[in-house]
Design a protein around this ligand. Structure first.
Ligand SMILES: [Zn+2]
Length: 136
């Protein structure tokens, strides 16, 4: 993801994309460490920015009305789809994350237009324009 869009997500949702080292909620003895997203950034294309923005907006809205604070561990593309690994979501928030991950396989990862899963051994989600190998 471009540095500008990545910085915007971090600035808009500092509780989700914390720069602080965090521990393992299931293991209090595990030493706190920076998240993979704090270390490596958003490992996906700009086309999913709006999807991530809407997801995070709704995760924080849910927090406002009593749901837990979700903290992202890693955000990346895998097998053509968005992966959003996070601590803390309740069932409602897990459903939001699940819908975002499924929706990502219908949105071009490069530009955000309608896309589809393409490729044989290297799956990606692309619109017709970005499906061409030299057009990313
Ligand atoms: Zn595209």
């Amino acid at each position: 993801m471009s540095p500008e869009l990545e910085a915007k997500l971090r600035a808009d949702y500092p509780q989700i994309f914390t720069a602080e080292p965090i521990g393992d909620p299931d293991d209090p003895d595990f030493p706190a460490a920076p998240t993979l997203i704090a270390t490596w950034g958003f490992e996906c294309g700009d086309g999913w920015y709006d999807l991530l923005d809407v997801l995070c907006l709704n995760l924080q809205y849910a927090k406002k009305i009593g749901a837990p604070q979700v903290v992202a561990r890693q955000v990346k593309e895998k097998f053509g789809g968005l992966r959003f690994y996070a601590d803390g979501p309740n069932d409602y928030q897990s459903g939001m994350i699940q819908v975002a991950m499924l929706m990502s396989t219908r949105l071009c990862e490069v530009c955000g237009n309608r896309g589809r899963l393409v490729g044989d051994d290297w799956m990606k989600t692309r619109c017709p324009e970005h499906e061409k190998p030299d057009n990313e």
